[in-house]
Design a protein. Structure first.
Length: 687
């Protein structure tokens, strides 16, 4: 039994604001009986949960928890898509383990070669408008292209959903991206998102949910495939989701899709009934944000001012026009038309169109020194491309076919970049070393730019193939507005915070300042220790943060509260980044912002976190250019959990108050996970 202690704080003349679309969808899939808003921690029961090659690690965690059955078999989708070219006995055994597990426990299974998991989720109607669909993969944002709220989870979350049907989520800040006017001819969705990643490259939307909006005419000229590409790469932009609205274009897309999937029998998820319900939703208030909904910021993009864009090399935060890079005469060695981002049928058609753009009627061939790799997003897409001659066109130009899967996008299988090589790809990530050697250079672009570059042997514009003159380019017209809540509106419910027995009513400690942004998980817990399973907590404490600052272990004491910069915990998903801080005795980490993966791993392992960028700013103003890697501040933080308020005093906990601020509430669901010692123990308690 939990003892519930209730404390209240009162605010006069507070008016509830409306909900944006993200909040409305979460409301429908949460256990909350009160209206939910950005910042709230909620327990969610997603409609579907997809996992791919990492299904076996999730299954292992699920079994180790003592789970006997899947809570909701229809909720779980297993696909094989990442390492499908790997025919080693070890990988084949893992794939067999996943398939056997799916058969034994009754989950839905798609074998290797069927397609990329995200594409399957869309083709087969799992990700459907206004539902919440999660996946243990960062590109579950893709589902927003069809109006579903798609967001990533980590493996422990996956095991929780398999065992209990539920996990937790903190509703993020929501940014509105307003699209105006129409794209120029041949400019694509990839150009939109590559431009956005390069223009707004200072974490403007980090850990936000994004809602794309526009008038009917603008959106009607934005095909669903473009929307899927844009939503997919909101991940690289730093967001947790990218959501497009329901409109007539989407409804017509589902009508066309229904003709394909209902040729032989009634499809369970895409049929006359579900499309009729979709039309009703389109005309309902539940499918649209409330008029008084709040957005943390609004970005406006004039699509008519876009041109062909390229990201890189080796970062999505730098983008240039293809004309500029063409003038730089950057020779390429490999080109890729693969991945969940840009290998749908329209993308293959786009590439074939460039190949056929030869006034002599001949097919343009790829440059002799360029290897061009192609893999359709699904077997269905490949078959359709074969039926209409598009696949043959690509092969005649010299394309090297790969099976429907992730492959070189994730650095697996055939065709990886070698040291010194330059590649251009229609994928989503060009991080250093991701697609092969760390000594290679990788660029990202649309299918037409990738194809034109492969033909020209250098980064090139499709206009050079079409032999058309590019217009003078004046730059993309954009604006960004930060939106504060209007006076008298409440961002969250002001009802009492309930404190569960065993959860502290307040957390206190001296602030230890690590003044750096983007401290990655390797800096927090070095990779060389990650797979050493016999490391004790004492050793974890000694090596904690050693790649960031070798003096950290001797400076920080048990009970200290760590405060750091923006995007803390970026990088790999290793849970030890959180558990090593706990081993060091740090009960709470405060930052300007966190990597979402770190935040999830922290809560899942009972490490408390919250974001207070204003406190970070005050510390940086205080210490100026005195950049010690780790410093004791003599400032003491007190987090009043019941009243959701943080205060900082100087000299001691009884010293003068130098900072105060309201913070997000920690709901009972999150408190319960912390009290239990983490999500795995919470799952065991549920079982």
């Amino acid at each position: 039994m939990y003892r519930v202690q209730v404390r209240k704080f009162h605010c006069n003349a507070i008016r509830r604001r409306g909900q944006n679309l993200t909040e409305k969808i979460i409301q429908n899939y949460s256990n909350s009986t009160k209206k939910v808003y950005s910042g709230d921690f909620v327990t969610i029961t997603p409609k579907y949960c997809m996992s791919h090659d990492n299904s076996w690690p999730i299954a292992t965690k699920f079994l180790n928890l003592g789970a006997q059955k899947i809570k909701n078999k229809g909720q779980i989708i297993n696909t094989l898509d990442h390492d499908i070219q790997n025919k080693s006995p070890k990988n084949l055994q893992k794939y067999a383990n996943i398939e056997n597990f799916a058969k034994k426990y009754g989950t839905t299974f798609y074998p290797a070669g069927t397609g990329i998991g995200h594409q399957i989720m869309i083709e087969q109607g799992y990700a459907f408008p206004l539902n919440l669909t999660v996946a243990s993969d960062s590109h579950s944002n893709t589902y927003g292209g069809v109006g579903a709220l798609g967001t990533p989870i980590v493996r422990t979350d996956g095991a929780a959903i398999w065992a209990t049907g539920q996990t937790w989520w903190q509703i993020p800040k929501v940014a509105k991206v307003r699209l105006i006017n129409k794209l120029p001819t041949n400019i694509s969705g990839k150009d939109i998102i590559v431009a956005l990643c390069g223009i707004f490259n200072n974490d403007e939307v980090l850990n936000h949910a994004i809602e794309f909006v526009g008038d009917e005419e603008t959106l009607s000229h934005l095909p669903i495939d473009y929307r899927l590409t844009i939503a997919n790469m909101t991940t690289e932009w730093g967001a947790l989701s990218g959501l497009f609205p329901i409109d007539k274009t989407l409804i017509n897309w589902y009508r066309n899709r229904a003709e394909v999937v209902n040729r032989e029998m009634q499809h369970p998820r895409i049929n006359d009934i579900t499309i009729s319900n979709l039309e009703k939703m389109f005309n309902s208030a539940e499918s649209k944000p409330d008029n008084d909904a709040h957005y943390a910021k609004t970005i406006t993009v004039d699509l008519s001012t876009l041109t062909y864009f390229v990201s890189g090399p080796n970062t999505v935060k730098v983008s240039n026009t293809v004309n500029k890079l063409s003038d730089d005469n950057i020779k390429i060695d490999k080109a890729y038309l693969v991945s969940c981002t840009n290998s749908r049928l329209s993308d293959l058609k786009e590439a074939a169109q460039v190949i056929k753009a030869n006034p002599n009627g001949e097919i343009n061939k790829f440059a002799p020194h360029v290897e061009f790799y192609v893999a359709a997003a699904s077997k269905e897409i490949e078959n359709e491309a074969r039926n209409i001659g598009v696949w043959d066109t690509l092969l005649q130009a010299g394309a090297i076919p790969l099976p429907s899967g992730c492959g070189p996008c994730i650095g697996l299988g055939k065709g990886l970049l070698e040291p010194g090589e330059v590649g251009i790809s229609a994928t989503n990530r060009n991080f250093k070393g991701r697609m092969g050697s760390k000594d290679a250079l990788a660029y990202l672009a649309s299918p037409s730019v990738v194809t034109a570059s492969a033909i020209m042997g250098k980064i090139a514009s499709p206009d050079e193939i079409y032999n058309t003159k590019s217009t003078n380019y004046d730059g993309v017209k954009t604006t960004i507005i930060e939106n504060e809540l209007p006076d008298g509106q409440q961002a969250s419910d002001d009802s009492p915070v309930e404190i569960l027995e065993g959860f502290p009513e307040e957390v206190t400690g001296e602030l230890v300042f690590c003044d750096a942004d983007n401290i990655n998980t390797d800096g927090i817990y070095p990779g060389k220790y990650t797979y050493q399973d016999d490391i004790t907590k004492d050793v974890m404490a000694k090596v904690c943060m050693e790649n960031y600052d070798s003096q950290f272990p001797s400076i920080v004491k048990k009970g200290d509260i760590l405060i750091s910069g923006y995007n803390f915990g970026t990088g790999s998903s290793r849970e030890q980044a959180a558990t090593s801080l706990l081993a060091k005795g740090v009960p709470l980490v405060v930052c300007g912002s966190f990597s979402n993966t770190f935040s999830r791993n922290a809560i899942n392992n009972a490490l408390l976190t919250f974001e207070v960028p204003e406190l970070l700013k005050k510390l940086r103003e205080t210490y100026g250019n005195d950049k010690k890697l780790t410093r004791r501040t003599g400032w003491f933080l007190k987090w009043d959990v019941a009243n959701a308020r943080v205060s900082v005093t100087e000299g001691s906990l009884d010293g003068p108050v130098i900072f105060e601020q309201q913070v997000g509430k920690l709901g009972k669901n999150l408190q319960e996970i912390i009290v239990k010692g983490g999500l795995e123990n919470w799952i065991k308690a549920q079982l």
